[in-house]
Design a protein around this ligand. Structure first.
Ligand SMILES: [Zn+2]
Length: 220
């Protein structure tokens, strides 16, 4: 399959914006792609935004983001907000204001956000506001496995090695100990989904993360 790669312009480091409603969403949705992207090109600038947290979860989120961003540009930014978990549609005005403020600071080449049809209401709110806010940007929506069984049919794939997927899964399970009571948070959850997505894109390494790309512009 022909791979449509990201541009490599030595004069302009790639700028990524990663948006996650909850503390572990970014890692689960696109952690492997982030690890691979950052290890393959120096100086990528990342803005990593988590919308909901508690003091304990914020500590975990910051420690985890630091682990995933080891190879990112030093001036990369991690923002952890305290919007109320589970209530995003009802706190929409405040969250929208935050998006508007973020837009002034961040002009990303590529945005990773939640899937528009995700059944978690917080995820959907973040996805909708992403599209409201960045209207000339490339946006990819990631997927989160969950009880609701809302995985769709993604159409953009990021082939990964098993080693990267194992590193992602290990990082998540180690860093988010306060989630230890959640039966689904195990290495095999993340490896299983990545293996299936790897099959769908004939990934050379057998694994992949997958995204919903609603619109993509073909360069010449
Ligand atoms: Zn979430």
């Amino acid at each position: 399959m022909l791979s449509l790669g990201l541009p490599r312009d030595a004069g302009v480091p790639l700028r990524l914006l990663l948006l996650g409603a909850h503390c572990d969403d970014i890692e689960i949705g696109c952690g492997g792609t982030v690890l691979q992207l950052l290890s393959g090109r120096p100086g990528v600038h990342v803005t990593w935004v988590v919308f909901s947290s508690t003091p304990v979860r914020e500590q975990e989120a910051r420690a985890s983001a630091a682990l995933f961003l080891q190879d990112a540009a030093r001036d990369s930014t991690v923002v952890v907000k305290r919007f109320r978990d589970g209530f995003f549609p009802h706190e929409g005005a405040e969250i929208k204001q935050f998006f508007e403020a973020l837009k002034k600071d961040v002009d990303p080449h590529l945005v990773f956000t939640h899937y528009r049809d995700d059944r978690h209401q917080d995820h959907r709110t973040v996805s909708d506001l992403t599209w409201n806010t960045w209207r000339r940007h490339t946006i990819l929506e990631y997927e989160i496995p969950k009880y609701d069984g809302d995985l769709g049919r993604p159409n953009v794939y990021s082939p990964l090695s098993r080693e990267v997927c194992e590193r992602k899964a290990r990082h998540i399970c180690e860093m988010f100990q306060s989630e230890g009571n959640k039966a689904w948070m195990t290495d095999d959850t993340f490896l299983a989904l990545a293996r299936l997505r790897g099959i769908e894109c004939a990934a050379p390494g057998g694994y992949a993360e997958a995204f919903h790309g609603r619109k993509l512009v073909l360069g010449s």
